[in-house]
Structure formats: C-alpha cells, structure tokens
Ligand binder design. Structure first.
Ligand code: EPZ
Length: 416
C-alpha cells in the first residue's frame, strides 16, 4: 500500500498537532449504535480502522456521513451485520457486540482473527455478556448471543480495555445495576464513560478499576469530541528523543502519558508540560528499563517506538512485554538497521549506542511500523519502510505530514 522513504533527520523543530485518539473514537463510534437518535463525533481522524468500523456499522443499518472532520451517525434502523468481512479484518469490530445485544436483544459476531501481536481472545467479552443475561452459542465461526440484559457483577481476570468497553455499553441499557471489577483504567475508558453519560447513561467510577453502571431505558444522541491520541503523541516524542531538537506536540495531554514521560526523562530527554501541549527537548542518552502494563503502567502500544529510542541510547536497555505474547516483531527489522537486540520470550535486551544505517524494512503491525519510521529518523542515509498491508494508516493520520512539520525528511512513495 505505501512505502515511506526516511532520510537521516536534523534535530526536530516546530510543532505538530495531535489528532483525536483512534482507541477512543472506535468505542465511541460503536456507542452510537445504542441510540436511534443522531450522533456526531467531532475531529474524527481519517484512519483506515475508522473506515473499517464505519463499513461494518453501515452493514448494521447505521447511516454514517462525513461532514469535513465530523462523523454524523444515526442508527434508527438497526439490524445484525449483513457483511462479516470487516469483522475479520479488524479486532475492534468486537465492540459492536455489546451495543447490538443491548439494542436488539441479539448479536452475531465472527471470532476476530488473531493478529500479528497475539491470539487476542474474547473470552472476557463473552463472560461479561453472559453475566448480563445473554445466551451464547458458537455456530460456523460466529458467536451468537441473545437475551434481555439485566444488571450483574462482572470480575475481569485481566483489565481488558475492549471487554470493559463492551460491558459498559451493554450494561448502560440493561435493567438494573452492573458492576465491573478489575476494569481497565485507560483514559479511553474514561472518555467512553463521559460520552455515554452525555447520552443519558449513568456510569460512575470509570478510571478507578471498579465501574458502576445503572441501566436506563434508552439513550439520547450526542455531539462529542474524543480525547487526543496519547499513542500518536508518544510516537512523535520518541522520534524527537532520537533526533534531538525542541518540539511542541500541540494538544497532547501529559496526564495521559506519565509512564512514557518518566521513561523519556530517565533516558535524558527533557519534557515540559505546557498549556498548549507537551514540549519535548533533547536526546535519549541513557539506557532504560521498560515493563509494559495496563494503564497507568507503560503502554504496550508505545513499547515498539520506545525500543527504537533504546537502540540509540548508549548502554543495555531491558524491555519486558507483559500484555501481548508476540509483540517484538519489530526487533528483527530494527536489526536490519544495525540494532543489537536479543529477544528471549517476553524480555528484550537492547545494546544501544551504535550508529544505525538506512535499509529496506517491512512493517509487521501498526506500532512496529511506527517504530521503524521512528528508528529511521536517526539512521545514516535512506531507510525505506515498506507497508504493503497499510498497517500504519490504520492508526496514524498521514504520519509523514506530522513528521514533516517537525523537520523530518520523510516522503510517502505511492504503492506503484
Ligand atoms: C486495546 O485492545 C487497544 N485497541 C490496543 O491498541 C491496546 O494495545 C490494548 O487495548 C491494550 O492496551 C483498541 O482500543 C481498539 P485488551 P484490546 O483486551 O481491547 C487479553 C493499537 O495498536 N484478553 O486490553 O483488544 C489479551 O489477549 C492497539 O492501537 C483476554 O485474555 O486489548 C491481551 O493479552 C493494539 N481475553 C490483554 O488481555 C479477552 O477477552 C489485553 O487485551 C480480552 C483480552
């Protein structure tokens, strides 16, 4: 789909505006299925993951139209998805399960395929729907759910972001009170709860790990602008930590990025919280220890970009990926640039400080692709980051434009 040509970058300068968060927009899109009234999502990023979820929601009878950066939706004639294809291509499709079940009393989803970074099971999503009263059956690769939902208490064995979101949405129209224990605490969870409450839901405790939802008979339409993308901001901060310089990430919210900011500071980078956003200065010059955890721990989605930083910081950095079982595919491609990385199961040791050199590398998944572009910023000569499956455009809106604004010599070479 695209190849990005990246040349060694001078220190980064200027500012880039952070887009609205993919991982907030996707569940909030799904939440629009909970009402038959019009909903508008403002400043929606142009991402292929958004396009894919819109395609799936249209096949559920939801009207969706773009008006510049606003997505206008109306699900007043809802049905089960007629077209499964988007569900196979995108894990986040599972987020329509709770809303369909809550609105229609039935839902049918395909088992989302595993993806490059791991199996991505949905047992906790199913456990939540069953607790709320749904009967669940597996038929020719589809999961079929049916039932009138009632309040229930659900304990999540892992603080799953998607399962927390699905249960919150389903419970918002269930009869009675629901309680999610060991719920995910990510900022995107709080954002979804805020949007649901603006629709008339009664959700409390989002972000605390225990979420209480008092079901209501129906929800209203809403006009909502989701939070800025902390992972995009973190990715650009990592590029700065490699090339050095002084940039403003306009709109970034430092309270969503504490773990990353502490790690960047430990590596020698200066980060300054400003009213307009986050200012990042200087280079990473110290090795770091990174252990990914659910929020507020170090975000797994920034593990790959941070590993690119570690390749340039003299000394041995130690990474432990505790969230996904197979999220080091970028290591082999970083080695093509000259990085010295040893991977043993969930642990990666990076011997940083040597100069990296341009090469041809391939994206295996969204964040691995971002990490390769970030690493190329410091490599000598030209690096060609090939992205035949369009991973990068799933989660970053025109990443080459944001990096160009910061002074990075990057070009998007079209597929042909
Ligand atoms: C969300 O995925 C994000 N995606 C991911 O971002 C992110 O990496 C992940 O949360 C963790 O923060 C969206 O929000 C659209 P999980 P999700 O359920 O909800 C296990 C990106 O790059 N698990 O919190 O799918 C699972 O295997 C993407 O933007 C179960 O065992 O993640 C994993 O090990 C990648 N059973 C862990 O929990 C379940 O039923 C965390 O997964 C569900 C999950």
């Amino acid at each position: 789909m695209a190849t990005f040509q990246v040349h060694t970058s001078p220190p980064l300068r200027g500012e880039a505006t952070i887009h609205t968060a993919k991982n907030s927009v996707l569940p909030i899109l799904a939440a629009a299925l909970l009402t038959n009234e019009p909903c508008s999502i403002l400043a929606t990023p142009k991402l292929t993951d958004v396009d894919m979820l819109c395609e799936l929601m249209r096949s559920c009878g939801c009207q969706i139209d773009w008006d510049q950066e606003t997505l206008n939706l109306r699900a007043d004639d809802l049905c089960l998805p007629a077209n499964d294809d988007p569900m196979r291509r995108m894990r986040a499709s599972i987020l329509i399960m709770g809303p369909l079940l809550a609105r229609l009393g039935v839902a049918r989803v395909t088992l989302p395929g595993g993806c490059a970074i791991g199996q991505r099971p949905i047992d906790l999503h199913i456990k939540g729907m069953q607790a709320l009263g749904a009967a669940v059956s597996l038929r020719d690769g589809h999961i079929e759910l049916s039932g009138r939902l009632h309040g229930a208490a659900v304990y999540l064995d892992m603080p799953s972001v998607g399962a927390t979101e699905n249960i919150m949405m389903a419970a918002s129209l269930a009869s009675g009170v629901s309680r999610i224990e060991n719920a995910a605490k990510e900022p995107e969870i709080i954002d979804l709860a805020q949007c649901l409450n603006m629709m008339g839901a009664r959700v409390s405790g989002a972000g605390s790990g225990t979420i209480i939802i008092q079901g209501v008979p129906r929800l209203r339409g809403v006009q909502y602008q989701p939070i800025p993308d902390r992972i995009e901001a973190g990715t650009l901060a990592c590029a700065t930590a490699i090339a050095g310089g002084n940039v403003l990430l306009r709109g970034a919210r430092s309270e969503h990025l504490r773990a990353l900011l502490f790690k960047l500071q430990e590596s020698g980078v200066i980060v300054i919280e400003q009213r307009e956003g986050l200012r990042v200065r200087g280079k990473a010059v110290q090795p770091i220890t990174v252990r990914t955890m659910s929020y507020p721990g170090f975000p797994t989605d920034l593990q790959a970009p941070m590993m690119a930083v570690a390749c340039y910081a003299p000394g041995t950095s130690v990474f432990t990926e505790t969230v996904f079982e197979n999220r080091y595919m970028h290591a082999s491609e970083l080695r093509r640039l000259g990085a010295s990385i040893r991977v043993e199961d969930r642990v990666a040791l990076i011997d940083g400080g040597a100069e990296l050199h341009g090469s041809r590398v391939i994206c295996s998944d969204l964040r691995a692709g971002a990490a390769l572009i970030v690493a190329a910023v410091g490599a000598r000569g030209d690096t060609y980051v090939e992205d035949p499956n369009g991973h990068i455009d799933r989660g970053y809106e025109r990443i080459e434009e944001s990096l160009t604004e910061l002074g990075v010599p990057i070009k998007r070479l079209t597929a042909d």
